[in-house]
Ligand binder design. Structure first.
Ligand code: GLV
Length: 311
């Protein structure tokens, strides 16, 4: 039987498959996990997107008994996948189970940013609201607007399904032609046509700062940008400047470059809805993600092919 290192406590019931298979579970201390020293003694690590599993950790693990790193997240940019591959360590992630919850959250941000709900609520809570005013708190309509999806994987398509209920026109861009209706080959073209731009690409060297000052300048001054993907897909300093200068209308963000630290320029930016990376944060979705991550460990340690191995 194997030894499984959990970097954090998981939702209830998530470990059942590991315990039933008879593996030993070691839970890292709540004050933080020293992966470099613990990796060699583990056959498997179940980690979160906040754990940095870099080449040093993987080399230390491979010199010991480490065979699999299972991330309870769809994005795995926190793991040095190239090093893992060359060391023969399997990396698994949890696609599919969080699509609908994340799409719900993206839509929440589309609505909240377009209708300026954070600043309106802030006025109310702080006593600044002086009563109904015909020119107060004026946002942008979401219904019948054009939604531009950047990336067209499962989560983007789940957002598109929701947009249909708001009579939105949906267009999308991805590196490869999807052959689906609404495909726009040129990102700049999609940015210029969209009333709302929602980002759904993984963080890779190619998507780092995909949206910077020149892309923001292509967007309409009435447009809204929503990011539920990864913070580094957007140049946050350029975004804050675009909001301040009125280059775009508003932004809704769930992800940041240096979580949990938020660049003060974003905190000060006007017409911005900021959430603390809660895209998948529902009880059932987080439980399903943790169960899937645990099942992958059982599969690898049991000599079976895991369902979602990172290629
Ligand atoms: C959340 O951001 C995830 O990648 O699962």
């Amino acid at each position: 039987m194997g030894r499984v290192l959990l970097t954090h406590a998981l939702p209830e019931g998530a470990l059942d498959s590991i315990l039933e298979a008879g593996h030993e579970v070691i839970l890292a201390s709540p004050s933080g996990v020293d992966l470099l020293s613990m990796a060699p003694d583990a056959d498997a690590i179940v980690c979160l997107l906040t754990d940095r599993v870099d080449a040093d950790v993987l080399r230390a693990g491979a010199a010991g008994r480490l065979r699999v790193v299972s991330v309870a997240a769809v994005g795995y940019d926190n793991v040095d996948v190239d090093s893992a591959r060359s060391l023969g360590i399997t990396v698994c992630h949890t696609p599919g189970v969080l699509d609908e919850s994340t799409a719900d959250l993206a839509f929440l941000l589309i609505l909240a940013a377009s209708r300026l709900s954070s600043s309106a609520e802030d006025d109310l809570r702080s006593g600044r609201w002086g009563g109904w005013g015909i020119t107060d708190h004026l946002g942008r309509d979401v219904h019948r607007a054009t939604l531009g999806l950047v990336g067209y994987g499962r989560i983007a398509q789940a957002v598109a399904r929701r947009a249909a209920g708001f009579s939105m026109e949906v267009i999308h861009h991805s590196r490869r032609d999807t052959k689906s209706p609404g495909y726009v080959a040129d990102l700049a073209d999609l940015l210029a046509r969209s009333d709302v731009v929602s980002l759904h690409v993984p963080l890779t060297p190619q998507t780092h700062h995909l949206i910077g000052a020149s892309e923001l300048a292509r967007m309409k001054p009435t447009a809204v940008l929503v990011n539920t993907a990864r913070g580094d897909v957007v140049d946050e300093v350029a975004l804050a400047a675009a909001l301040r200068d009125g280059t775009i209308f508003a932004a809704g963000l769930d992800v940041y470059s240096h979580e949990p630290d938020i660049d003060p320029v974003l905190l000060q930016a006007p017409r911005t809805v900021l959430l603390p990376h809660i895209g998948s944060a529902t009880t059932s979705t987080r439980t399903a993600m943790a169960q899937m991550a645990s099942q992958a460990v059982c599969d690898v340690l049991g000599g079976r092919n895991p369902a979602h191995r990172v290629p």
